[in-house]
Ligand binder design. Structure first.
Ligand code: NAP
Ligand code: G4F
Length: 350
């Protein structure tokens, strides 16, 4: 696999959502591969660039303002930059919060994707520019223990998933209708020490670290039985890049093929933070107690349950293994949890 096209010394990539978890890892990867990288960021009254601050001094990394809800800004960006590759990662990505801001989620995640594809077309790039769309395992709405693959029907269970279903479909439609190179990455949950603090994994590793240092009393969680196929974000962004190096546009499931419950994630994170949890009680009365002291470390709050939840997600990454050379569980579940706790044990003291 060549890193550069023949006759071209440097490819130019535009990343929407560059300040997010995946955007920051992807920007690092593309810079390592010799790309000129343009990150789209939105204006904020506070500097919110901590995930990409370390890239700011790189002469091949640039930022431009834009917003997925502002079609004009996307048209201008595509026309000015004329990118070879666009990675559409920008989204209101919190499933729980999408129940509270459903229309904004649809505007950003669904219509925003349409605007971006139209911007690529308006710039006359439909034959040259390759587009990656951040699709999601949330589209499936659950797996009931059966691994989910590219042919599994969708059943979105949140405004977020419904918006992402539109984005997935419009990407496929533009691929078929206009012959554009657009690939959907159907990514299962991927985490890291850069994960937003609302997502359950980071909420747990931060809380375990704060509790270990005496900075927090206990952790409140919702559905402890939810099961996810959790991988490491740094591994997953490599697949995004590989999808655009593949000879044909296509849709790919990226997953580890293993799943764990929220409860299991919790037990492991607290263990790495120096505490062994024993679980007692059931349903809303369930508690995680410190085996040594009997102190309650984790409890369940009914208000943290979603109006509809995806109970179980398990992916079948066979196609990506065969066609993209993807290695599932490159970073194991245990390594991922340890990495996040090790980071947060220091982070919470800053
Ligand atoms: P994230 O950390 O929440 O980052 C989202 C990014 O989108 C941020 O840079 C955010 O900017 C930006 N954004 C949000 N609304 C925007 C708008 N209206 N205009 C412009 N930018 C906007 O998400 P992530 O975990 O990196 O995920 C990246 C993408 O993959 C998302 O599309 C997500 O839905 C999808 N995905 C994620 C996972 C996962 O497990 N992480 C799995 C499947 C799919 P601010 O920093 O200014 O908020
Ligand atoms: O960490 P979560 O908020 O991630 P969720 O909903 O699976 O969504 C993430 O992964 C998707 C891919 O499948 C992405 F498309 C999406 O953008 C996002 O990155 O919740 C995981 C599970 C849920 O079942 C939730 O109900 O954990 C359960 N949970 C239990 N207690 C909790 C909590 N989730 C959160 N956020 N906070 C809790 O206290």
């Amino acid at each position: 696999m060549k890193d550069t096209e023949p006759g071209k010394s440097e490819r130019r990539a535009l990343i929407t959502g560059a300040t997010g978890q995946d955007g920051s890892f992807l920007a690092e990867l593309l810079l390592e591969k010799g790309y000129e990288v343009w990150g789209m960021v939105r204006r904020s009254s506070v500097g919110r660039y901590e995930r990409i601050e370390h890239l700011m001094g790189n002469s091949r990394f640039h930022i431009r303002y834009g917003d997925m809800t502002d079609a004009v800004s996307l048209v201008r960006l595509a026309a000015d930059l004329r990118p070879d590759e666009v990675y559409n990662l920008a989204a209101q990505s919190d499933v729980g919060i999408s129940f509270e801001v459903p229309a904004y989620t649809a505007q950003t995640d669904a219509l925003g994707t349409l605007y971006l594809l139209e911007a690529v077309r308006a710039a006359g790039l439909e034959k040259s520019c390759r587009v990656y769309q951040a699709s999601t395992s949330e589209l499936f709405g659950g797996s009931a223990g059966i691994p989910l693959g590219e042919d599994t029907p969708f059943h979105p269970r949140s405004p977020y998933a419904a918006a992402k279903q539109y984005a997935f479909s419009i990407c496929r439609n533009y691929r078929e209708a206009y012959g554009m190179f657009i690939s959907n990455g159907i990514l299962f949950n991927h985490e890291s020490e850069r994960r937003g603090e609302n997502f359950v994994t980071r909420k747990i590793t931060l809380a375990a670290s704060r509790i270990a240092h005496g900075l927090q009393d206990r952790l409140h969680l919702g559905n402890l039985d939810a099961r996810r196929d959790w991988g490491f974000a740094g591994d997953y962004v490599e697949c995004m890049w590989r999808m655009l190096r593949h000879p044909r546009p296509d849709d790919f499931v990226i997953a580890t093929g293993r799943q764990h419950s929220v409860r299991e994630f919790c037990s492991l994170a607290f263990r790495y933070a120096g505490m062994e949890i024993a679980w007692r009680g059931a349903g809303p009365d369930e508690q995680g107690v410190d085996k040594k002291t009997g102190r309650v470390l984790v409890d369940v709050l009914p208000e943290l349950f979603r109006p509809a939840d995806v109970e179980s997600l398990l992916g079948n990454p066979e196609k990506a293994v065969a066609l993209l050379g993807w290695t599932p569980e490159k970073t194991s579940f245990e390594k991922l949890v340890r990495r996040m706790v090790e980071f947060d044990m220091k982070y919470v003291l800053k």
